[in-house]
Design a protein around this ligand. Structure first.
Ligand SMILES: [Zn+2]
Length: 81
């Protein structure tokens, strides 16, 4: 068990990005591929999110992965958990 188990690897994020056509899965905003994890002021910032929270047993797998813009990610309720 460790911190890294709750991080999606780059391959998973790449596949998810392609499957979502580079858009936020909630609001449909265009995500900037190079802006991953920036969480700054750039409107294209995005994060890989666990659909089912890791703290509630959600797995770190493609099936449980959705990519969200930083705004939607902060509104998930499991932000930072
Ligand atoms: Zn969004």
């Amino acid at each position: 068990m460790g911190f890294f188990e709750r991080l999606f690897d780059n391959t998973t994020k790449d596949i998810a990005f392609a499957e979502q056509n580079g858009k936020c899965s909630r609001c449909g905003r265009d995500l900037g591929y190079e802006q991953r994890g920036n969480s700054g002021d750039n409107c294209q910032d995005w994060e890989a999110h666990h659909k089912k929270a890791h703290s509630k047993g959600g797995t770190t797998s493609l099936r449980n992965c959705e990519l969200l813009c930083s705004d939607c990610h902060k509104n998930t309720g499991s932000y930072g958990r």
